[in-house]
Design a protein around this ligand. Structure first.
Ligand code: ZN
Length: 153
């Protein structure tokens, strides 16, 4: 099994959360939230090629009262419109998404990245109660993302 690097520098203190908000959806079942300070470098956890990204948002909602009052539809809309991210594809056809980045994304669509290469910085964009990186590896099956478990080095 391929082992992944941690997607941030190894001298940074972090906390790792999985959790119910991921586990209830096939798309994010094995996603991990790395709680990290703002502006921490986000590094490629595995070599790949950038397939999509978003870097124009500086909006977020962090108030759980507000989030809990939103419909699934409204959540989906907000997440898609305001979450900065980088998505890369690996040589085996799987994908990794790196969410909630700030606007200072360092890669372009189509660019190849090596493991450990800087792609952006931790920010607050989308739905996020504290600064963190949402990291998820998935494959596409019948047009849908299916989260897959991974191991770190
Ligand atoms: Zn998450």
């Amino acid at each position: 099994m391929v082992k992944y690097s941690y997607p941030f520098p190894n001298n940074i203190n972090y906390k790792m959360h999985t959790g119910e908000h991921h586990e209830k959806f096939l798309e994010t079942k094995f996603a991990i939230d790395f709680i990290l300070p703002m502006k921490t470098k986000v590094l490629a956890a595995r070599a790949g090629k950038v397939v999509s990204l978003k870097k124009d948002s500086n909006k977020y909602i962090s108030n759980m009262k507000i989030i809990n009052a939103m419909t699934q539809e409204a959540i989906k809309h907000f997440v898609e419109k305001y979450t900065n991210f980088v998505c890369i594809t690996h040589s085996d056809g799987t994908f990794a998404e790196y969410l909630h980045l700030d606007r200072n994304v360092q890669v372009k669509e189509g660019q190849k990245v090596k493991a450990g290469e800087i792609m952006g910085y931790i920010g607050m964009t989308g739905l996020t109660t504290q600064s963190h990186l949402h990291f998820n590896v998935f494959k596409i099956k019948n047009g849908k993302g299916i989260s897959i478990p991974i191991e770190f080095k």
